[in-house]
Write a protein that binds this ligand. Sequence first.
Ligand SMILES: [Cu+2]
Length: 151
Amino acid sequence: MIRVTYVISMSVATAVLVFSLLYSVGQNGYYLHQVSAAKGQDVISTTNRIQLLSAKEVKDGVYNWINGSNGASNPTLDVLVNTKNIIKIQNPTDTKHELIIDTGADTLPSSDDIVPNGSVQLVFSPNMTGTFTYHCAYHPFTMKGIIHVAG
Ligand SMILES: [Cu+2]
């Protein structure tokens, strides 16, 4: 895991995005999805926490998520509350995948489709701590794990 810390000085008096998704799809550019927002918070520093995830065909037609740093299958993801947690996902397989985080929100944080040989960055900024699950939309029984949101 690579941890990049930098300070953003922002005077956001009106609205702070607390659940937001920012992801890039290959060379196609960036998309911003706002899932929910809270008012009246000032963000004076942000720690970016970067995790690497990859899809892998572990046997014929069976896929797992793999920790890009240590190779663990369907790893537990550790993210921080009120933080831009960047999950970089690579898909070297020949089928598409979609990472979905089961937060219980009306709109679940999602990578959208990650095409074969594609890569996506999912930026997950949770506003509450807790333990959630994540899964692949296409392989929910073999590509799934736990995500901890710590304070
Ligand atoms: Cu999948």
